[in-house]
Design a protein around this ligand. Structure first.
Ligand code: GLU
Ligand code: ZN
Length: 299
């Protein structure tokens, strides 16, 4: 893989079609990469089949194309990369940083704690019964500087505790896969939603254990509606239209604080994106992103 000063990515989970909220994330990551002459990749995070929707992966890709968000290099599918994740799990077990956890859901619920208390730490032989695999966390603060959220500090020991890297059902955890793949794809800059802000210290912890570089992070603010209420992922259930990308792109640029001139509402998709790349400024992204689905209609 080519190395560059900037490689960004959009990493959707194919749990449904692309909606306005995920378009906003994709667009911000795309513009940040293109404005810096960077590479922009798409990775399909199809790691959790029970949560996936048939056809969603190809539908998401078609929508990205329709919206002019063209990616470089082939799309990477996590479902095809289990061997890499398994290698990392083995390495962490060999380094005694991971362990087999046989706690049942009931055990864990009974603890009623904010963090896994380390019950199974040191268990390094494969147990006969059902088990997850966890990685140990330290009781020390993890700091990082987020380009949008500023200085962040987390203590994983108090918040969540030793984290699951392979689930009881045999599926690899998002935290593990994302860290392996960001490194394998030489990702230098990650722009994503702030729902993942508290995942970042977990990623940094795993990067350190696996000797992988830590990319730059920018977590987009939460999206609110016109009344200032936080919107859940479910709120944006409606799939994006595949016919006229301009209204939604314009609405996203506006929500991102980029102040596109009104006449661009009549522009072509590529003119609008070209303007977005030329004028992109992370510093203009507001603390709250206000976006509503009514903006999808042409005015
Ligand atoms: N696949 C994750 C999601 O759709 C995003 C992962 C990431 O950007 O790190 O929520
Ligand atoms: Zn346990």
């Amino acid at each position: 893989m080519r190395t560059t000063h900037y490689t960004g990515r959009f990493a959707p989970s194919p749990t449904g079609p692309l909606h306005l909220g995920s378009l906003l994330t994709a667009l911000a990551s795309f513009l940040d990469a293109r404005a810096r002459q960077g590479i922009w990749l798409v990775r399909m995070e199809d790691l959790d089949p029970p949560r996936e929707m048939a056809g969603a992966a190809s539908d998401i890709l078609r929508t990205l194309e329709c919206y002019g968000l063209h990616w470089d290099s082939e799309v990477v599918y996590q479902s095809q990369r289990h061997a890499l994740y398994e290698d990392a799990v083995k390495t962490l077990l060999q380094q005694s940083q991971a362990f087999y956890c046989t706690c049942s859901r009931k055990d864990l619920q009974a603890l009623d704690a904010r963090a896994y208390p380390g019950t199974c730490r040191g268990q390094l032989t494969i147990p006969a019964q059902e088990h997850a695999i966890r990685v140990q966390v330290d009781n020390s603060d993890i700091h990082f500087n987020d380009a949008l959220q500023g200085d962040c500090t987390f203590n994983l020991h108090n918040d969540g505790g030793d984290l699951v890297i392979k689930r009881k059902d045999g599926l690899y955890a998002y935290h593990l896969a994302v860290v392996i793949d960001d490194a394998a794809q030489n990702i230098t800059h990650i722009v994503r939603g702030s729902d993942l802000l508290d995942s970042t210290p977990r990623h940094i912890h795993l990067q350190r254990l696996l000797n992988l570089p830590t990319p730059h992070y920018a977590h987009l603010p939460v999206i609110v509606n016109a009344q200032g209420q936080k919107l859940s992922k479910q709120t944006f259930a409606t799939a994006l239209p595949q016919t006229d990308p301009v209204p939604a792109l314009f609405a996203c640029l506006q929500a991102l604080g980029q102040q596109p001139p009104a006449e661009l509402r009549q522009a072509s998709r590529d003119e609008l994106l070209g303007w977005g790349i030329g004028h992109w400024s992370l510093a203009q992204v507001p603390h709250c992103l206000s976006l509503s689905e009514t903006s999808l209609a042409r005015r």
